[in-house]
Design a protein around this ligand. Structure first.
Ligand code: PLP
Length: 434
């Protein structure tokens, strides 16, 4: 069978499909696997109990109740109207953004939102004179989320900027580093100056590193986006107010030039496939039209579970009081194990500022972390090697991009401990024998 050029993109193994396959295989494996590789959120009993309570309440009313309503009817392409109303009220209660229902559109997970947005703001453009140009999405700080790769239909997909790396302390301890945006490189980027950028995008907190761009960095990005008349897309999958897996005291801002993306996945509902975009009405209208073509309508089940929790601010409470402390504790535990196993080696951890991962840098490791991935897989331990996290950057001559791993901290305490023990054994041997 002959596939189109676009179709052929999916016949090759992409980084994300490899990751999802490994995750699936690990879950099916008859022998235990130290699964530190996926992006699945943790199962947190208290949180799941709240969802289950709402789930049971939806049954009330029988065939005329909320359960059947949420699966028995399409919503309009913008998404479940009650949920959108609840979101508008919720955000206006907690932020001064003055949203209306024209500012919100739902998608089937935020992955679906990025497919739309990157193809809306990247690819071929035609001006009033009929002249064609191509624009890319600018990622101001690599490494960035693996799932952005491969979503484009045409054009040069991403242009990314290498980070500045600063060794820092974390809670009074050394052995940590933090990435910062290299604004010098960014502002002098020829593609930006030549109008070849269609949008700027960053995840905050960042998957894979747990970095949180500072308020100053965000303000500068917002100003550059406005200067070049392109939107600033902020991927808030881990940020406040839900799931609120973010530790520094920073602000979340929105204005009409910002496209803010949320997800219900990391609050513990990844199977509900619910993404939320807050944007200017013209973006909302266009994404709604894309929903109509691609999906007819977004799913409604996540909306049905989340609506009552938003109305009573219980979701915010669950995030503040349960989800955030849960991951903070996990990060602390994982760091303790890393220090125990590899504290005497040139191993640095990115300052944990949020999300559900630790990003670990094995300075001058004698093999690439892609090879390390294979060695760890043989010992039933899964992580994700760093090279996948550089969409838009040629990493051939960039050793740092081959010296890090992403490690999920959503696993059980036992898995975290035994996984890090295996990593320690393998890495120590590599350093000792070089
Ligand atoms: N953005 C980031 C930074 C993520 O880590 C993920 C998932 O891991 C997504 C977006 C996509 O999430 P979903 O499609 O489940 O909402």
């Amino acid at each position: 069978m002959k596939f189109s050029k676009y179709g052929q993109q999916f016949t090759k193994t992409s980084a994300i499909s490899q990751l999802m396959d490994d995750l699936g295989d690990a879950l099916k494996s008859p022998t235990p696997v130290n699964m530190l590789g996926g992006g699945n959120p943790a199962r947190i009993d208290k949180v799941n109990e709240a969802y289950f309570e709402v789930y049971k309440s939806l049954e009330q009313g029988g065939i005329d109740g909320g359960a059947i309503e949420s699966v028995g009817n399409y919503s309009n392409p913008q998404g479940d109207a009650k949920f959108i109303d609840a979101l508008v009220a919720f955000f206006n209660r907690h932020y001064d953004w003055n949203l209306t229902t024209e500012n919100i559109v739902l998608t089937n997970g935020s992955q679906n939102a990025f497919f739309y947005l990157f193809n809306l703001f990247g690819g071929q453009f035609e001006d009033e004179k009929g002249e064609i140009s191509t624009k890319s999405i600018l990622l101001p700080l690599a490494p960035e989320y693996i799932g952005y790769s491969d979503v484009h239909i045409d054009g040069k997909h991403f242009i990314a900027i290498k980070p500045e790396i600063e060794e820092v302390e974390h809670k009074g301890e050394t052995g940590f580093f933090k990435y910062k945006i290299d604004f010098d490189a960014l502002e002098n980027l020829p593609a930006l100056k030549n109008g070849e950028i269609g949008a700027i995008c960053c995840s905050r907190p960042t998957n894979p590193t747990g970095n949180v761009l500072t308020d100053e960095e965000m303000a500068q990005l917002s100003a550059i986006a406005k200067q070049y008349d392109v939107p600033l897309i902020i991927d808030n999958a881990y940020g406040e107010p839900f799931p609120n897996i973010i530790y520094p005291d920073v602000n979340l801002n929105w204005d009409k030039n910002t496209v803010l993306c949320f997800s219900l996945s990391k609050i513990g509902l990844p199977g509900a496939r619910t993404g939320i975009i807050i944007a200017a009405p013209e973006v909302v209208k266009t994404v709604s039209a894309m929903n109509a073509v691609v999906n007819l309508a977004p799913t409604r089940f996540g909306a049905a579970i989340a609506t009552p929790l938003l109305n009573e601010d219980r979701l915010k409470e669950l995030c503040d009081d349960t989800i955030q402390p849960f991951y903070a504790k996990k990060a602390k535990k994982a760091i303790t194990h890393i220090k125990e196993e590899m504290g005497d080696y040139p191993v640095l951890v990115h300052k944990p500022e949020g999300a559900i991962f630790l990003w670990v840098w094995f300075k001058d490791l004698p093999i690439s972390t892609t090879e390390l991935y294979d060695r760890l897989k043989e010992k039933a331990t899964l992580i994700v090697p760093s090279e996948h996290f550089y969409p838009g950057l040629d990493t051939t001559d960039y050793p740092h991009a081959h010296q890090c791993i992403r490690m999920s901290i959503a696993a059980s305490d036992e898995t975290l401990e035994s996984g890090i023990k295996v990593i320690g054994e393998v890495v120590r041997e590599l350093y000792d024998n070089q």
